[in-house]
Design a protein around this ligand. Sequence first.
Ligand code: ATP
Ligand code: MG
Length: 432
Amino acid sequence: MVDKLNAVKGMNDILPPDSARWEWLEAIVRELMARYAYRNVRTPIVEHTALFVRGIGEVTDIVEKEMYSFEDKLNGEKLTLRPEGTASLMRAVIEHSMLYDGGKRLWYSGPMFRHERPQRGRYRQFHQIGAEALGFAGPEVDAELILLAAALWKAIGLTDVRLELNSLGQPPERALHRAELIKHFEAHASLLDEEAKRRLHSNPLRVLDTKNPAMKDVVESAPKLIDFLGPESLAHFDGLRAILDANGIAYTINPRLVRGLDYYNLTVFEFVTDRLGAQGTVCGGGRYDDLIVQIGGKAAPAVGWALGIERVLALVEEQGTAVPLPVPDVYAVVPDASAMPVALRTLQRLRDAGVRVQMHAGTADGLGSFKSQFKKADASGALHALVFGADELARGEVTVKALRDGAGAQTMRALDEVAAWASTLQSPATKD
Ligand code: ATP
Ligand code: MG
């Protein structure tokens, strides 16, 4: 016996019927992105490691311990499986001078890789959809992106997500806050865990992002960045809030919200839920006006978000939202192999007319009895069975038998008039 090989730990196969949920979500997202005039970008899954070190920041969970990095054996290049989409997208934007004629609204979707401890809502290969608006400085695009995410929750029937909002200000404001933050943590050094002690001087803001419940109090009593913001940063924040208020988007201001990546300034936000345990953030984003310069481009403002598809779909399932399954309209029952040529020609015409058709296919023992074929027709979920029996075919006809609504009802249809009756087989859900 050959050893059985399984998928890599934390990396999942997405199989039917679950894959139908993915297709459903993807179709809704595609349509929504078009409505907000965001255009699709596809970048490679592998990038130079330096892109993520520079783009995400050295003192972050991702770069410190989560990246799948390796050396290309053939040429020694240091490469990494992308852990997120923004750095890659910005690299592409710079490489192709995409901002030469003004701002761009872009979106992407695809697998990301992080070496984390697998658990519900946390995988080593997971999937993100991200939207980014590049080259626009005002709070109106921050708002547009939040409205876009909120529209997605509405379109997929999610009610249990709430918006948390914060402003990280600009680097000089953060520097003032940082000094006070270090003082605060030094004064309470005995309450810090090892990771926090290590980050205290390199990246104290990140200490606020701790997931250690024992540090809750010392984090809550820390000086708040929002109290250090100057008039311009506050005006940006107020501008965003005014648009959200006018659109009935509820939010809470969370002064401890700093996000797990280094590149943010001004707006940061998360859509969170209480229904997925510790993995409660379904979508996170914010402004990152300095990122493009950090990875070698000409300065340009930027704002975006990324959502985790697994978490969003877990929530869809948790809420019991009904997702349409791709069932065939028709299952073709073909009792005798001699009828196959005529049957398949008819089925092709039905498919050309937009009907979803599953044909019966045999095994090594042949096509199987009439009865066993009907059992399969039933199990397929099809609305109708088409029966290509010898008697019908001799008259140039096929029998249409209802399997669901009014099950058992039969009509005869002429084989050479397929176009005239094809649409009567389609369920309302599959008709365009
Ligand atoms: P967390 O705090 O849960 O680790 P994060 O801040 O690292 O999340 P981001 O880098 O902002 O997450 O990624 C955006 C979204 O991608 C998250 O809100 C989440 O929905 C999803 N996500 C991140 N890491 C994973 C993972 N390992 N498995 C599944 N989804 C993930
Ligand atoms: Mg993380």
